[in-house]
Ligand binder design. Structure first.
Ligand code: UDP
Ligand code: MG
Length: 347
């Protein structure tokens, strides 16, 4: 992910998507569901393509599942994936994308912070030939100054660390074409930073500007702790810059050590035998902290390799509503068993 060059694509205009999938990951959103339901139902009424709504219940503790199951019972276009526990937003979104069958897929939050009317503009860009149309916020409403400042810093930092092509002020609200999604689905890493992954996939991408609304109800599911951990996942899963940082740290500590050594030699040559305790302590503490930081950073990467090497599924689905068969990608064991059964029946 190092080349920042903009790739020139010749756009291939498309017709309207035959089916549009809306993917909505949800965690403890019982209060938002009635408002979301009204908004999506009216959106589907006016939208010319055949709509499909994929609601992913990410192990909510409240009545989210009951409410989405009721919604699915009333409307066959609404499909529900109930995950076996809380896997986090990025994996819940991945599960929804795996089950989406549309030609164009739009990822939205359950809290309606991203206005559905922007999807019309996104589809226009899709028709012009863009494979990824991301919503870029030009204003954020109803968020605390701290959230705004931390989000501002997050996007700039990610651009520096992860990829210079990563658009700023852009969340996961985006339209993705089927072709691009097919590419994205081949990336099954455990530590997921979907925005970076979509940037990595490439294809013609463009932005539509929009005003981000306040949450319709409830509170953010991304407190500072989760935001920091998300930033760290993004940095370490996309870049080796933190490893290079540990080398720089080691070099700085090395230079300090050399300077101390020269001073010690000069002092002894001048016959000024210093007790040496202070300089020894300074060098030891600088060196040991540099070594520990470096080991810690390397350890983070080793931990990620360890987790990837286990080859666990990204998520487990406990139940679905209005979905006939599971997404094959999610159940490699089932696919293998089905292949075995076919062989046995043939034999
Ligand atoms: N979410 C999720 N799993 C989680 C945390 C969040 O599925 O572990 C969902 C949440 O319900 C919402 C979306 O992800 O639909 C984005 O979360 P939120 O709106 O709280 O984040 P913010 O917009 O404040 O950054
Ligand atoms: Mg939100």
């Amino acid at each position: 992910m190092t080349s920042p060059e903009v790739v020139l694509h010749i756009l291939r205009p498309r017709c309207y998507p035959i089916r549009l999938s809306l993917v909505v990951p949800m965690y403890n959103e019982e209060a938002a569901i009635p408002i979301l339901r009204a908004a999506i139902t009216s959106f589907m009424r006016e939208f010319p393509a055949e709509p499909e709504v994929i609601l992913v219940n990410d192990g909510s503790a409240d009545a989210t599942l009951v409410k989405v199951a009721e919604w699915a019972a009333d409307d066959p276009r609404v499909k529900v994936i109930h995950l076996s526990r809380n896997f986090g937003h990025q994996i819940a979104a991945t599960a929804g994308l795996d089950y989406a069958t549309g030609d164009a897929i739009v990822l939205i939050d359950a809290d309606l912070q991203d206005p559905l009317c922007v999807i019309h503009e996104m589809v226009e860009r899709y028709r012009q030939g863009y494979d990824v149309v991301y919503g870029q916020r030009d204003a954020r409403e109803g968020e605390l100054a701290f959230k705004r400042i931390s989000a501002w810093a997050f996007y700039r930092l990610m651009r520096t660390i992860v990829d210079r092509r990563l658009p700023v002020d852009t969340g996961d609200f985006r339209l993705i074409s089927r072709e691009c999604l097919d590419g994205l689905q081949q990336m099954r890493e455990q530590h997921r930073f979907l925005r970076g992954m979509v940037t990595w996939v490439g294809y013609p991408q463009c932005a539509v500007k929009y005003r981000r609304n306040a949450r319709v109800t409830g509170s953010t599911k991304y407190p500072v702790r989760k935001m920091l951990s998300f930033a760290w996942t993004a940095a370490t899963s996309f870049s080796t810059l933190p490893l290079q940082f540990s080398i720089v740290l080691g070099m700085i500590a090395g230079l300090c050590g050399i300077e101390e050594a020269i001073r010690a030699v000069a002092a002894s040559l001048a016959g000024r035998t210093v007790p040496g305790w202070t300089s020894l302590m300074v060098v030891t503490s600088i060196l040991s902290s540099a070594v520990l930081i470096s080991i810690g950073i390397v350890g983070q990467y080793v931990g990620k390799i360890y987790e990837e090497s286990k080859g666990r599924p990204l998520y487990l689905v406990a139940r679905t509503f209005n979905i006939a068969c599971p997404a094959e990608r999610n159940v490699p064991g089932k696919a293998a068993r089905a292949a075995g059964e076919t062989r046995e029946s043939q034999g």
